[in-house]
Design a protein around this ligand. Structure first.
Ligand code: FAD
Length: 165
């Protein structure tokens, strides 16, 4: 974003935008993807994410804002995936926000996940070859559910059974 210095657009760890991906400096300027430091309603603070889903969905959202087909702000739980050789890696939320970790499974099995908890609630999940647990973890994070730690750490209990509606 160096070329934007002096343009009048607010820059701070990327292009500063609001929940509609719009610059507070100029309502006709939008930013999406890696360059956008966007206010996120879920976290109540700006987030700049470098993931393809964020770039894709922010772009679609901005198309909706500009065309008038969308009025709700962009607010999504961060999620990314990557395949590294035989390992499928997925991260939901921000593991760095967790105060404690609960492991389900063992790295020796090359299939496990690590749940991040804050104030007892699941705030993040890191999955290795466990894509099936992505949606249950997303649901837990979105609901800020406080779930019994022993159940969370018991890999014999499917996570989807622990999701509360
Ligand atoms: C090595 C690598 C691995 C990654 N792996 C993953 C992954 O496993 N999972 C995941 O979710 N994400 C991954 N990412 C991140 C993901 O690729 C990015 O988040 C995503 O591509 C961002 O999309 P974007 O459109 O915001 O930016 P980009 O895809 O970077 O597109 C920006 C475009 O703007 C062009 N551009 C830049 N400056 C100018 C200029 N001044 N004038 C005109 N054009 C310009 C660039 O050439 C580029 O084509 C990875 C990134 C890298 C680099």
């Amino acid at each position: 974003v160096g070329w934007l210095a002096g343009s009048g657009l607010a820059l701070n760890n990327g292009i500063v935008v609001d929940r509609f991906c719009r610059s507070p400096s100029d309502p006709h300027c939008y930013a999406v993807g890696d360059v956008a430091n966007a206010d996120n309603a879920i976290y109540g603070r700006p987030l700049r994410l470098e993931t393809w889903r964020n770039a894709e969905r922010q772009a679609a959202a901005v198309a909706g804002f500009i065309s008038g087909s969308r009025s709700e702000p962009f607010a999504e739980l961060p999620w990314m995936w990557s395949d590294q050789y035989d390992l499928n890696l997925q991260v939901v939320g921000f593991p760095g926000e967790a105060e404690e970790e609960i492991w389900r499974g063992s790295p020796q099995d090359r299939e496990f996940c690590v749940l991040g908890l804050r104030a007892g609630a699941v705030v993040a999940g890191t999955l290795v070859n466990q894509g099936r647990n992505r949606r249950p973890i997303e649901a837990m994070v979105e609901s800020a559910a406080v779930i019994e730690r022993s159940a969370l750490g018991d890999a014999s209990i499917p996570l989807k059974q622990l999701v509360r509606s």
